[in-house]
Design a protein around this ligand. Structure first.
Ligand SMILES: [Zn+2]
Ligand SMILES: [Zn+2]
Length: 407
């Protein structure tokens, strides 16, 4: 079996991997790195079939471009397909606004949608004499790991989380011969989730007691829902805005992919949805505002931030990793934001909480050992060596982008 990463091997972003075995070429994910400007994977060869592990742009962002060159079916789960479509249109819109080169048009997104071949978890498919089994990856709703069964069993993890969250059950190891595993959080461990949740809710309490408001910038996919479910533990006046609204609706339409559809439904109905500009005006007086974007770049978040920027009683609670050069990072490092070309000081309380949906270092190592493979290919991370060090009993591969390896 031959593997070739077209992107996302030695870094988090633009993941794309081609697998060639039994005279069949398969491509796993084809993403972009949403940087300024975005980074893209290498041009794909002719392939027979595609797989999409989940709907984050670093995995799905270049699928329409792949479809331009390869008229192939793409195996994926129902929530992944619907959320990917939403993200792809949004990505095209951003490319327009920012003047980035466009690698596809609306028609290509339509073609991508038509090319999706929907599979559920634990279902099996036959492709060119090989069997594919789909497993839950526990990362975001619908996120899948693909097990390709031929003479040898190969597992492609996509992004994984082995710990339970409010939204999802964690993933479990799958016995295989070859494991191709992400390493986004290689070398780094997450704090205990319960501790993080408590600190977060205590900070909300503290802010409201002193008469401030809380803004929670969130990613639309997974994080909006996780945070709303957490806030539902207490009796706050919560408002939610941005693309997370549509994503929440998609998830509720596919209940089988959630840990507790009932709890998500309850959290959403107890919070106020911002559906119009007039509701947004009312939301500005709310206690807690949960809104995109997670890194305080696009989405309605800046509109809310303008209202509380000079209020030292209010809090901005970041809930995810903040990429360098984003407003999220500016807030954490310099207590500043860039808004319409101006750099402005922010007087609110600024905190960041680790609500990551990725397995941390220890969980990655434990997961890999649980799969009991012979060979492990580490990808999608810039600290692969640290993961490799803790898996020295296995045959480890850390290919570079463009390098062909034979397993
Ligand atoms: Zn992901
Ligand atoms: Zn990823």
């Amino acid at each position: 079996m031959k593997l070739n990463f077209l992107g996302g091997a030695s870094e988090v972003g633009a993941l794309s991997m081609v697998m060639h075995q039994n005279d069949v070429s398969l491509i796993f994910d084809h993403g972009l790195l949403p940087d300024d400007p975005p980074k893209y994977p290498m041009r794909p060869p002719i392939v027979d079939m595609g797989f999409l592990s989940h709907s984050h742009l670093d995995h799905c962002g270049m699928l329409p471009s792949l479809l331009r060159q390869n008229d192939i079916p793409i195996l994926s789960s129902h929530p992944s397909v619907e959320v990917a479509e939403l993200l792809l249109y949004d990505s095209l819109k951003i490319a327009d606004i920012e003047g980035y080169p466009k690698h596809y048009e609306k028609i290509d997104i339509k073609n991508t949608k038509a090319a999706f071949d929907i599979v559920g978890f634990n279902s099996k498919r036959d492709i060119g004499g090989m069997e594919v089994e789909v497993h839950s990856a526990g990362h975001i709703p619908g996120s899948s790991m693909f097990e390709i069964k031929s003479k040898e069993d190969t597992l492609f993890t996509g992004d994984i989380n082995t710990k339970n969250t409010r939204l999802l059950w964690g993933s479990h190891p799958v016995e295989c011969d070859n494991l191709i595993m992400e390493t986004t959080y290689g070398g780094e461990n997450h704090p205990e989730r319960e501790e993080t949740e408590k600190k977060f809710l205590d900070k909300v309490d503290e802010t409201l007691e002193r008469g401030g408001q809380v803004i929670v910038p969130v990613f639309a996919v997974g994080r909006t829902q996780e945070i709303l479910m957490l806030l539902d533990d207490r009796d706050y006046d919560v408002w939610y805005d941005g693309m997370g609204r549509t994503v929440s609706r998609i998830y509720l339409n596919h209940e089988g992919f959630l840990r507790s559809p009932k709890k998500l439904k309850k959290a959403l109905s107890n919070a106020n949805e911002v559906k119009s500009p007039s509701t947004r005006e009312r939301a500005k007086d709310g206690e807690v505002i949960v809104t995109t974007s997670g890194m305080v770049e696009g989405g309605p978040v800046l509109e809310y931030l303008r209202e509380i920027r000079t209020d030292p009683n209010s809090s901005i609670l970041l809930t995810g990793y903040q990429v360098e050069g984003t407003n999220g990072e500016r807030l954490l490092e310099n207590e500043m934001i860039r808004d319409s070309g101006a750099t402005l000081p922010v007087e609110c309380d600024i905190e960041r909480y680790d609500f990551s949906a990725h397995a941390g270092h220890e969980e990655l190592v434990e997961f890999a050992k649980g799969c009991n493979p012979e060979k492990i290919v580490l990808c999608h991370g810039d600290k692969r060596e640290e993961v490799a060090d803790d898996l020295s009993e296995f045959e480890i591969y850390t290919p570079r982008e463009g390098e062909v390896i034979e397993l």
